[in-house]
Design a protein around this ligand. Structure first.
Ligand code: NOJ
Length: 489
């Protein structure tokens, strides 16, 4: 990028910072900023240096038509070779965190922990060391959706033995990297993993309806808690890190003036999505409304058992309290009202109809992503009240567009969502300690392929060198990090 283009983007970024805000708050001292990526979306090198086949490798190679543009992550951003450039970009932001994920099949090609791949371990050692050498803290996601195909052949997350496999995997990660990694995310967005089992939204691309959906969630909760307790028992004293699980949540809002029945539907939607994973961890067991409604639905069709599995008393205790902070991934909000929705995104067991306020909510090129910062504000307050104000890091939040460098809509999104975060901190005393943008680089957006960009840095996928170019939003985000304010003063 020429010096003139760079200056132009900085000016644009600063100009756009001064509009849209009512009251000006600052981020508290010690507030942590960062940016995020995930292994399959950026690394490429899908079969290099002994890496095994994951469920994403299998899906994109065997059914290329399942991805919008027929593309795949074989090369992606080539971060396996260009990781130093990625780290330099994080450093250029003056960010505290780089959140990235580890590819299970680089560490253990089949997922079996007695058959490790030393070259995979060496790669993550190099990456972690590079991050630390630049005074950045690694936040490592252990599982961001790329399950070893061999484990999928055993049933994947619908088989409860996956919790044992995950615990063994976590042990290898703590043993090899825990001396330097102090922030761990066990699993990224467990609800989305489940959608890969129920509605073909991701690999393994199955249609196992609610049975597969709830079962995959159940196993992930058990896997997460096993990793957490393993850390407590064997590593915490020495390594002194923090562990959580990144739970994704839309905010379901009831429309102004809506009836009690519709308000209950919105609350139920929140409990069936965010509460599904947060309630067992922060309060104990599944949300009562979820247990009641799913059990009733099963009875109604004459089934003698519930598709929502039950934890034993011991499991409830093990899962309860298994997070050192609340890790929230949030992008957007919906309206919810009572009724039966055919839209597969809305869980029919919970009987809510999801909709968008097309008149006032700004949209994006993805139908599900609307710009609703007040939804984030309400969600943060909801979490505070529901779970006793835990320390919370927003581990993902981001906006999608067509990849333009002068990405003013993304700046607007980041600014208004950070403004909502500031309001929650200052006006509602929510204990929010960090914000990590999704994502550092434009990358492989799963079944949407390469046409949908969330990055603050552009990558030229037509050039084999995959050159990176920071966008206007990169400069904007940097000035927020530098000044701790949204108006750049
Ligand atoms: C959440 C996921 O964690 C990430 O992998 C994905 O790219 C973003 N949402 C955007 O869809």
């Amino acid at each position: 990028m020429s010096i003139y283009t760079h200056k132009f983007l900085v000016v644009i970024a600063i100009l756009t910072m001064t509009s849209d805000l009512s009251i000006e708050y600052s981020f508290p001292d010690g507030f942590m900023f960062g940016a995020s990526t995930a292994a399959y979306q950026i690394e490429g090198a899908w079969n290099e240096d002994g890496k095994g086949e994951s469920i994403w490798d299998r899906l994109v190679h065997s059914r290329p038509e399942s991805v919008a543009d027929g593309s795949n992550g074989d090369i992606a951003c080539d971060s396996y070779h260009k990781y130093k450039e990625d780290v330099a970009l994080i450093k250029g932001l003056n960010a505290k965190f780089y959140r990235f994920s580890i590819s299970w099949t680089r560490i253990a090609p089949t997922g079996e922990m007695h058959k490790l791949n030393p070259k995979g371990i060496e790669y993550y050692n190099r990456l972690i060391n590079e991050v630390l050498a630049n005074n950045i803290e690694p936040m490592v996601t252990m599982y961001h959706w790329d399950l070893p195909q061999y484990l999928q052949d055993l049933g994947g997350w619908t088989n409860s033995i996956m919790a044992n496999y995950f615990e063994e995997y976590a042990k290898v990660l703590f043993s090899n990297f825990g001396d330097r990694v102090k922030w761990w995310i066990t699993i990224n967005e467990p609800m989305q993993t489940c959608r890969g089992y129920s509605m073909q939204m991701y690999a393994p691309y199955l249609k196992l309806d609610k049975t597969g959906y709830y079962l995959a969630g159940h196993t992930q909760l058990l896997a997460h808690s096993k990793a957490y307790h393993l850390y407590n028992e064997m590593f915490r004293d020495k390594q002194k890190g923090k562990i959580s699980i990144s739970i994704n949540a839309n905010m379901y809002l009831s429309k102004n003036g809506s009836s009690k029945i519709d308000q209950d539907a919105a609350e139920r939607a929140n409990q069936f999505e965010l509460g599904w994973f947060a309630h067992p961890i922060f309060k104990g067991d599944y949300p009562p409304v979820m247990r009641q409604w799913v059990d009733r639905k099963n009875k109604e069709i004459g089934r003698a058992w519930s598709t929502l599995p039950k934890f034993t008393e011991e499991e409830i205790k093990l899962i309860h309290g298994s997070a050192d902070f609340f890790a929230l991934n949030h992008y957007t909000s919906w309206h919810a009202s009572h009724g039966k929705d055919l839209n597969p995104y809305c869980n029919s067991d919970a009987e809510y109809i999801g909709s968008f306020d097309d008149e006032t909510w700004m949209g994006s090129i993805l139908f599900w992503l609307k710009v609703v910062p007040e939804g984030l504000h309400k969600l943060l307050v909801w979490i505070k009240n529901e779970y006793n104000n835990p320390p919370l890091i927003i581990t993902e939040n981001g906006f999608v567009d067509d990849g333009r460098i002068n990405d003013l809509d993304r700046i607007h999104y980041i600014k208004t969502y950070l403004n909502a975060t500031l309001q929650a901190i200052h006006e509602d005393k929510c204990n929010i300690i960090g914000y990590i943008y999704w994502t550092l680089l434009d990358n492989f957006e799963w079944l949407d392929g390469y046409g949908y960009h969330f990055g603050i840095v552009s990558v030229d996928f037509n050039d084999s060198k995959r050159p990176r170019t920071p966008k206007a939003s990169y400069h904007f985000f940097k000035s927020v990090i530098d000044t701790k304010k949204l108006d750049g003063q």
